[in-house]
Design a protein around this ligand. Structure first.
Ligand SMILES: NC(=O)c1ccc[n+]([C@@H]2O[C@H](COP(=O)([O-])OP(=O)(O)OC[C@H]3O[C@@H](n4cnc5c(N)ncnc54)[C@H](O)[C@@H]3O)[C@@H](O)[C@H]2O)c1
Length: 285
């Protein structure tokens, strides 16, 4: 059941690939809340994923775009305003990919071409998106732009690799652009730092099952699900948060404020044997 939080609002949602995607849940909820939307993803993702089914279900259009292409970003905002009939009220950036993670290159053995791609796809794309929108004056006064991020931007998490650097840049772009866009057009720019979530991107993270379990044990409220993340996005897109901007907002069941919990401590009883070499030294990597 919706609350009509987004009644009459227009939105653009980047990054819905399949039913597990956080952006998928956000798109479904945004329409339930009364918004009209467009969806965007790469041509490849549209071919391989289920975004066209989602578009059918929600009666909306999909605009193919590679988020690393500035021209594609311009086109998404121009087309979205045509299709939806006016300025855009909310935007979700739900895009992340690291070729280093995919190719199992560790952080002390990065391929630098891959690193540039990680940063371009996962962080600089956010800048391109906002710059393209701003130059067209595509976002309405008090519009809301949200990107999804992860705690590894601030604290080192095993296995998160160069995505940690990309997320740190992403969060910084939210602050830097949030100042400019807020000052000139009252547009809000925030990041939501989400719990580990079982999605296509999430499952690429080294040891995701155990990371998921650890975060769940550490968080007094347990991990936040993709559905719950979508609920939080609704509030951030709505008029209830008109003065919230330039923030990194933790949506993680309390994980970010924890040092150690009883439930997490209990897992240490299992030991680190499987990570030791024959001399008892721990193998990191
Ligand atoms: N899953 C998690 O544990 C978790 C936790 C915190 C934050 N996040 C973030 O949430 C966001 C969404 O990820 P998800 O977990 O829903 O996974 P997902 O795999 O469903 O979504 C990632 C999306 O990025 C898109 N994408 C990749 N390269 C692109 C490009 N060049 N141009 C345009 N789109 C491109 C993919 O097609 C896909 O739709 C990401 O930013 C991710 O880092 C995920």
């Amino acid at each position: 059941m919706g609350y009509n939080l987004l009644k009459g609002k227009r939105g653009v949602i980047f990054g819905a690939l399949n039913e597990q995607s956080i952006a998928w849940k956000v798109a479904v909820k945004a329409v339930e809340e009364g918004a009209t939307i467009t969806l965007s993803n790469t041509a490849m993702a549209i071919r391989m994923g289920q975004v066209s089914d989602l578009a059918k279900q929600l009666n909306c259009e999909v605009i193919p775009a590679d988020a690393t292409s500035y021209e594609d970003m311009e086109n998404v905002f121009a087309r979205s305003q045509e299709i939806l009939g006016g300025q855009i009220d909310f935007v979700l950036h739900s895009i992340g990919m690291s070729p280093n993670v995919r190719k199992k290159r560790t952080y002390d053995d990065l391929d630098y071409k891959f690193l540039s791609q990680t940063l371009d796809i996962s962080a600089v794309s956010f800048h391109k998106m906002i710059q393209a929108a701003k130059k067209q004056n595509a976002i309405a006064e008090y519009g809301s732009i949200v990107a999804l991020t992860y705690m590894a931007a601030q604290r080192t998490m095993f296995g998160y690799n160069d995505m940690a650097d990309a997320k740190a840049l992403l969060e910084s772009i939210a602050r830097s652009f949030g100042y400019i866009y807020g000052r000139e057009h009252h547009v809000r720019v925030n990041t939501i730092s989400q719990s580990p979530t079982m999605t296509t991107a999430g499952s690429g993270v080294k040891g995701i099952d155990r990371l998921f379990d650890f975060a769940n044990r550490m968080s007094p409220l347990g991990n936040a699900t993709a559905d719950e993340c979508a609920d939080y996005c609704m509030v951030m897109f709505s008029d209830l948060t008109r003065k919230v901007t330039m923030q990194n907002l933790f949506h993680d069941g309390g994980f970010s404020s924890m040092g150690m919990s009883l439930r997490a401590m209990a897992t240490y009883e299992k030991g680190l044997e499987e990570y030791m070499d024959e001399n008892g030294n721990i193998i990191y990597g």
